[in-house]
Each structure stands twice: as C-alpha cells, then as structure tokens.
Unconditional design. Structure first.
Lengths: 217, 217, 217, 217
DNA sequence: AATGAATGAGCCTTCATTCAT
DNA sequence: GATGAATGAAGGCTCATTCAT
C-alpha cells in the first residue's frame, strides 16, 4: 500500500535526482522524465513541485552554488585585514576546491562544472547575480595587490588572469595529462595547484605593478 | 532547365551554410533543416553528402581550425631559434587572434569560439588530435623558458596558466566589462591583451624557474 | 489557529471565484486550479465540494441565469393582460439587459454571454430546462401577436427572428462597429436597441399575420 | 511494400481528414494525432505538411468558406441593378444554404457552423478578412432598401437584424423544435425559411424607413 | 471538512534520419 | 547526384482528478 508522503520527501527526492542527473549529463542531456524516474515519481512531478525543467535546474544550480560557497568560503576565514597575498591564496584555494573537490561537495562541484563548460541561458541572471559578490571580492584583493596606481583595465585583466587559471583546471578536470595528475584529484594535488597558481599570479601582478611605477616616474 | 552539378557545388554550399549557421548559433541550436535551407538544398542533403549532423560539424570545425591556423600560425613566422620570450608572445598573439579576430577569419573564429564556450562531445577526438601539435609547440616554448630543471608537472601547469589566460578572453568576448573593452575588439585592444598576458606569464614562469633553482641549490 | 468553517463558507468562496473566472475566460480557458487559487483553497476543493469542473460550472451558470431573471424578469412587471406589443417590448428589454448590463448583474451577464458565444456541451440539459419557460413566455406573446390563424411553424420562426436579433447584439458585444456604439453600452444605447428590435419585429410579425389572413380569404 | 506517394496525396488526405474531424468535433476537440490517424499518417505529418494544428485549421476553414461561397454566391447570380428586394432574398438564400446544406457542401457547412458556434481565436484575422466583403455586400443592399435618409447606425442595426435571423437557424441546426422541422433540413424547408426571413426583414426595414421619413417631415 | 501531494492521460511540437524515386 | 515526403522517437508541459491524511 502506498503511503502519501509528506511532500517534502518527494520534493527532496526530485531535487536529489535532478542534482545527480544534471551533474552527470548537464542540463540539455537530462530529461524531465529521467529525473522523475530516478525519483520514483510520475513524469508530471517536476512540473508539479517546481515549475518545469528550467525552474528545477535553477534551484539545483543555486543550491549547488551556495553549498560550495558554504563549504569553501572565498575568504578562507581570513579577516579583511590579512595581507592580500594570503587572501589571494585563500581565494584561489576556495575556487579550486569548489570546482574540483566532489568529495565533500557531492554533486555540487559537478553541477557547477557542467554549467561552466556548457553554459545555459536558463539561469543567466541567477548566475550573474550570485557570482557578482565573488567577483567584487576578487577585485578587491587584486586592487590591493596592484597598488594605488593601477587603472581599471589593469585590475580587470589581472582578475581574469587569476580566475581563469583556476577555471582552466576545472575545464580540464578528468582530462588532465598523466604527468600533471594521475587518477582523481587528491587534496595534495589541489594544494600543489593552489601553490602554483598563487605564485604564478603574484609574480604576474607584481610585474604589472612595477611597470606602473616605472611609467609614473 | 537546371544544370546537373558535379556535386562539389552543393557540397560546398552546404559546407558554407553550415559554417554560417554553426558560427551564429552553435552546434545544438542549429538544425539540419536550417543548414539545408540556407544552402538552398533539401533536408536530406546533409545526410547525403556527409553522414549526418555530427559529420558535417566535425568537418566544418576542422576547416575553421585549419583556416585559423593558416592565417595566424602559432609561431608567428619566427624561426625556432628565436628567443623563447618572443616565441611566447607570437604564440599568444596567434591564439588571441584566432579567437577574437573575425575580420580576417570569417566564420572560423566564431565557430572555434562556439565550440569553446559550448563544447560538443561530437568532435572530441578530432579536436584533441588537431590541438595536440599546438600543445606540443606551446610546451616546447615553455620548456625552454622554464629551463632544464623543470619537471613535467611544472611545465604542464605553466602551460595551462598561459593558455587559459588567452581562452578566458575568448569566453568573455562580447561580455567584457566596459572598463576593459567598449564595443568590438579593435586590433589595438588585442595588442594590449597580448602584451598583458605575455608580461604576466613571463613573470609567472620566471618565478617558477627561480624557485626551482633555489630548491636545487 | 484557523477557525473550522462550516463548509458553507469555502463553498461560497469557490462559487464566487468560479463565477469570476468563468465570466472572464469562459469554461474552457478556466482551470480548476485557478478557481481554487482565487478562492484561497486547494486544488481538490472543487472536486470535493462539487463533483468536478462540469458540476460547478453548471451550478454557476444556473445561478447566473436565475440572478439575471430575477433582476430583469421577462414580463417586465406587466400583467398578462397587457397588450402583447408592450409585453414584447418588455421581453426584449429583459433579454437585452440580461446580456449586456453587467452593472447590476455582476458576473451573471458575462457568464451567460460566454456560454452563448462559446457553448459548452457540459450544461446542455440544464440550459434547455431553464430556458424552456422563457421560450414558452415568448411563444405566448408572439402567438397573441400573430393572431389565431398562425400555425406552429410560423410562431416558431417569428420567435427565432425576435430572439436572435437580441442575441446577435450579445454576440457582438465589445465588437460592435463604432457607428453603432462607441465604448461600453450605455443605458440609452440599450434603450435605443430595444426600440429598434421591437419595431423591426412588430413590423415583421404583422406582415406574417397579414399574409395569413390573405391566404385564408 | 510501401510506395512513396506524390506528397500531394498525403497532403490532401490530411486535409480531408482534418476537414472531417474539425467538422465533427470542432477545433478544440480534434487532436493532431487523430487527424494523422485518419489520414493513415504519422503524428508528425500535420506538422510537416502544414505548420501545426493552427495552420491546418486555418487552411481547412478557408477552403470550406471559399467552397461555400463558390457553391452559393451571395449575389445569387443577380446583377447589381436588380431590385434590392430580390438581392436581399438572394443574400439570405446564400447564407442559409452555406450554413445548412451539407448535401452539396460536404464538410464545409459543418466546419463553418462549428467555428460559428464555437469561435476560435486561431483564425480571427483570416475570418474577419474573408467575411468583410460579405458584410459590405449586405450593407449595400440594406442601404438601398433603407433609402437616402438612413444613418449609419440604422443601417448597422438592420444589417444585424437580418443576418442574425439567418445565423440563428444555423446555431439551432439539429436542435430545431419538431413543429419547425422534423429530421434533416430539406431544400423545401430552407426555401420556406428564406421566404420567412426575407418577408420579415423587408417589413422591418420598411418600418424603419417610414419612421425616418416621418422624422424628416 | 478540507487538504495538497501525486497521478496519468493526453497534447503539440521538434528534429535527425530514412527511403523511394 | 539529388530530392523531399515521411517517419518515429522523444520532449516538455497541462490539467482534471484521486487518495491518503
């Protein structure tokens, strides 16, 4: 005999099923029917509990994003007065782990990754809104590192240089050449990555800064 | 009365139509029907002349890639003996233009970009095969810059750091914040970008090299 | 804590909500869900209190019909001995107002109109049953006007001629050409209409009557 | 072994199947699937040959309308100089037959009727455009009958009075009381109807005209 | 008395591909 | 060599109704 559940139950099942599916196959290759099947529900379940495919995806993505930020906060627990070098490292650490570590993150990392390498126009606004604070934070750190003489364009370019070194790894995840990483990413490997990107970027930023001073003199 | 074409004609029309369409809307949002309509052929033409959507896409992408490489060779015309710094700059110059300059490239740049920001699993192998030589070339340059003490992982990581700074711009194209670029990318802007990424990367690479020496001593 | 209602409350809310909805969008374009939403109840309410969509619609329509008849009785308050010409005018007056005047009728007029211009097979029987007395009344008046020589078919045809001139206006309501009516129907306009249809019909009926006499002679 | 037909074949089958279905059940109660089934085709056939349900319906309706007009032209073959009384009769004859006579009209009459008693917003524009000339014609005849003193409103109202007496019969078709008509409408019955409506209307119109003269004097 | 989660049947549409010509 | 009619599989969604609570 079937028992009518609480409703939260099915909803959560759906959410979980959707997370799994989206993580594995991305938005486009996941069908509503499959989500419902995985959740043991009827095809109409997604449309009942959420508004449709788009809506449940937006929710799933949002959850994943928030979960990732909760587990790996971008400031790494450092106070705003900490030296910007350390805050840069923390920031890189956070970003890399959000993308790579599915150990503690469950599907979250995968979902983020899927959206990143296969962007959907379904959540454009949500995504932009949630990423903005992160960008502001990064910008702040880089601004400090570049010093008072930096202009907006320089800040923007350095920001891109830093962030995309991290994302690069994400894109490549699972397709990394063996001499960089064998098998799944270990914590040690991620730490090594953090180290590399931090040093590389700090050197780059300092160069830009130096060149600025030279110009000004 | 219609002239019996020799088949190359229709084929080329299809190829061109497909290029246009894929450039504008990407793989997934382009329908076979539309390609054929643009080519003035019937819906079956793609399947007849090629094997199907996947096949024509692979071909189109391949052509775009080769065209881009022809117009902007990665070595920038420099001999292999040129100083690695200059060859790095040439390489970055080449990559950036392949992605951003649709003036001389026609659809090619757009197609590459589409695939980059919306990767298809349809051409994975083709893509990997064609990119490999580029990677080898980059690797060579970076190896020289890092000096004899660098290990494979370091080389790989620096390679990623460099390449993905370039790709980042590609991803963002059209969505760059106004203080970085207003309107469409001008040659001057691309040159500035080349400059930034080159300096930033050289500084990063040198840091890695220095740190290696320190270790060894 | 919510007060346990006695059930009449919710029921009435549903009825009112349904009236609104049906008046605005007609039977087919109104969903059970919307009715319940408007009534502040849950989706099952309609099925619980009534039998389903059909049943509540039948009820709503019946109510609207009765309300309209109450406000605009077909005899217009005239005694049965009043001259048939005046009773015809009263009858036309009543019918036109039932259809057009939503000022005093609330949703009733709209609902009647919706059903008229978009007939449902859901309430066929109810409708026929409720309309029958009206028809009898009209028939009586027309019979008197036609005189003793009229046969059933003539009576029936004249009845249709009269009634459908009125309904015509209803169908057209809101889509009347500007030289007939600008904006919403005013009482004066409706009066003018009553006048037109009455005169037109009386002339028609008299003609039929005269022709009958001629035949008989 | 299946033979690929001409294409016109299937298209026509679909058109015919759609006509049947729409005639029997109206737009809303007809499913694309059923049309295709009746035509012995695949569910996608309608979308392939036409654009979708709406489009095939618009076409079917248009065909029905034109067919009806072809078989029963509104001027009944009379020259424009014929006395307006006769032209009115012809017009009524034409309209009534278009609606009632499915003997010579096939599904056309039914389809027109369906749309009339269950209007679709799918073909609003098409419908209005095709009906306009008819309206103009009717207006012309009535204007002549009303004489030079009639104003636009009077013309419009008389037009409605005339037309809707005809349509009334259409609405009622199949539900006519036995003393008006038993069984299916015979040509004789339709002729009698034409006679009734013509006389009734002429009397009405003359009354309006007389009253006008009175006013003017 | 009332709820609301859950269902299932159905609908229209899209699209890559096939096949007879 | 080329066509285009035809297919079938799938997809997202709507909605009246049911059922356990």
């Amino acid at each position: 005999m079937r028992t009518r559940k609480d409703g939260t139950d099915t909803r959560n099942k759906l959410l979980k099923a959707a997370s799994e599916a989206f993580a594995e196959k991305g938005y486009r290759n996941t069908t509503v029917a499959e989500i419902c099947r995985r959740a043991g529900s009827n095809v109409a379940a997604v449309n009942y509990h959420f508004r449709g495919k788009d809506a449940i995806y937006a929710l799933v993505w949002r959850n994943a994003f928030e979960e990732a930020l909760r587990v790996y906060p971008p400031d790494g627990g450092l106070p705003p007065e900490a030296p910007p070098e350390e805050r840069l490292r923390a920031l890189i650490y956070s970003l890399l782990h959000r993308i790579m570590d599915d150990g503690r993150l469950g599907y979250a990392g995968q979902i983020l990754l899927q959206e990143m390498s296969n962007p959907t126009d379904v959540i454009q606004r949500v995504r932009r809104d949630m990423i903005r604070p992160l960008r502001e934070h990064t910008r702040q750190v880089i601004t400090e590192l570049l010093g008072p003489d930096a202009d907006n364009r320089q800040i923007g370019l350095c920001q891109m240089s830093v962030i995309h070194q991290c994302l690069a790894i994400g894109f490549r995840k699972g397709r990394l050449p063996p001499y960089i990483l064998e098998g799944r990413p270990t914590p040690e490997f991620i730490d090594a990555l953090v180290e590399h990107i931090t040093r590389f970027s700090l050197a780059g930023i300092k160069t830009v800064r130096k060149q600025n001073k030279a110009c000004r003199t």
